[in-house]
Ligand binder design. Structure first.
Ligand code: IDP
Ligand code: MG
Length: 168
């Protein structure tokens, strides 16, 4: 059954370096999904390791962390977005293409612009969540509730006395 879903999309550092943001957003706009959140993020090691925690035993894990932190491309940021709408997860995955850019359909984003490095890492330009559980985990990791314009998951009010940076 098709229903409204949210999915996390990241334009990875290779996508930024190759100036593919406009191209990727144009392709994603074909889905008629809505952008529910967007920001540029400087990815900490902690965030990188948490995002890819399911891959921590893989031989390419250390390289993957460097990749998403932008250390392989001298672009220390990613563009993080939440896309929202009917069947969002599969629609975005379909446009993204298979994980291995050599196996991805040639018209997909990864098939068009991805590569495999000499060290064997798949540099595949974008991230997209694969299922609803993963999407929820990832969206909560990358965004706070106030940064998303639709109510996706239950929230609570926490009273905190925190020092924070404001405009001077
Ligand atoms: P996904 O991004 O298609 O969901 P995951 O298995 O979650 O694929 O892997 C996360 C990222 O790790 C991939 O996008 C790719 O950059 C890298 N990666 C995954 N599997 C391999 C592999 O077998 N060799 C090299 N890099 C890989
Ligand atoms: Mg994945």
């Amino acid at each position: 059954m098709k229903h409204a879903q949210a999915t996390l999309v990241l334009v990875k550092p290779d996508g930024l370096k190759k100036s593919l943001t406009g191209n990727i957003l144009t392709r994603l706009s074909e889905t008629k999904l809505e952008i529910a959140a967007a920001k540029v993020v400087k990815v900490s090691k902690e965030l990188a390791e948490e995002h890819y925690c399911h891959l921590k035993d893989k031989p390419f894990f250390a390289e993957l962390i460097k990749y998403i932190q932008g250390e392989l491309h001298n672009r220390k940021k990613v563009l993080a977005m939440v896309y929202w709408g009917n069947d969002a997860i599969d629609k975005v995955r379909q446009l993204a293409g298979a994980t291995n850019p050599e196996e991805a359909e040639s018209t997909s984003i990864r098939g068009s612009f991805g590569r495999i490095t000499t060290r064997g890492l798949y540099e595949n330009v974008i991230h997209a969540s694969t299922n609803e559980n993963e999407a929820e985990r990832e969206i909560k990791l990358w965004f706070g509730p106030d940064e998303i314009i639709v109510d996706l998951y239950p929230t609570e009010i926490k009273e905190e006395k925190l020092k924070r940076k404001v405009w001077a």
